[in-house]
Design a binder for this molecule. Structure first.
Ligand code: ATP
Length: 247
């Protein structure tokens, strides 16, 4: 195992009855890396992420996240990660500050540290003018920022983002990626899924999942070279051409 690996899985598998949603996937992610976890609808990404976050028990295989075992130490893992799921939602009737305070409490942060940390997060994300606005009244791009801030308020070692930019416009997506870069440059490891293949180019490495398997894994540049493709979109089409699940 790479000594800088903060995620390491070997033959990780999840079956639902006779259906194998995730089929013996193996990979490592290094500290501070932006790792893109790609795949068509139904490929098994969310199922895999839930196992990595200690929310779902693997059927077989093994994995360590932030130095803890995903099967026997899920609670230790939950304290050290942030997870922005596809269904992540803010409390619309609370202000930005109240949302962040609530998430800090949920993550068990020391109350004395919460105020300064919220001040720091709002300054970094340029949210100062919005802190007393109700979440329901802020624009969608700000909601993404706020969701990210809430997910990382406790300074997790690793943040898992499951389609964080789904349904938002290209400029907002670009801005969200600036936040991802900043988090990574500060040492946070970012594990992200997306359906926007232009975003995959921003990742240090990407994996492409097809029908529960990882079919390709490398840097965007090396994958394009290997498949003789100009874009990751083209690589994806080649790798996933025989997919049975998905669109
Ligand atoms: P998407 O991009 O649409 O979110 P995904 O790659 O995240 O897709 P998963 O949500 O992990 O895919 O689903 C993988 C497969 O496992 C799908 O065929 C799905 O229907 C199936 N699946 C997921 N959860 C369950 C469950 N609890 N019981 C039975 N089948 C499930």
């Amino acid at each position: 195992m790479d000594e800088n690996a903060v995620i390491s899985v070997k033959d990780l598998t999840k079956r639902f009855g006779s259906f194998t949603a995730v089929d013996r996937i193996s990979f490592e992610v290094r500290q501070g890396e932006i790792f893109g976890f790609l795949g068509a609808n139904g490929a098994g990404k969310t199922t895999a992420i839930r196992m990595l976050c200690g929310l779902s028990r693997p059927t077989s295989g093994s994995g360590q996240v932030a130095g803890y075992d995903i099967t026997s130490q899920p609670e230790e893992i939950k304290r050290r990660i942030g997870y922005m799921s596809q269904k992540f939602s803010l409390y619309e009737d609370l202000t930005v500050t109240e949302n962040l305070t609530l998430f800090a409490t949920i993550y068990g942060m020391d109350r004395k540290l919460t105020g300064p940390r919220i001040g720091e997060v709002s300054a970094t994300l340029g949210m100062d003018g919005m802190m007393n606005t109700l979440a329901r009244d802020i624009p969608v791009g700000w909601k993404q920022k706020l969701a990210f801030a809430a997910t990382t308020i406790h300074r997790p070692e690793i943040v898992f983002l499951d389609e964080p930019t789904g349904g938002v416009d290209p400029l907002t997506r670009r801005k969200f990626w600036e936040i991802i870069y900043r988090a990574s440059s500060e040492g946070m490891t970012v594990f992200v899924t997306t359906h926007y293949l232009d975003e995959a180019e921003y990742c240090n490495r990407i994996s492409i999942m097809v029908d529960g398997h990882i079919e390709a894994l490398d840097s965007p540049a090396r994958l394009k070279k290997r498949y003789g493709a100009q874009t990751i979109d083209e690589v994806f089409r080649i790798v996933a051409k025989d997919a049975r699940r998905g669109d």
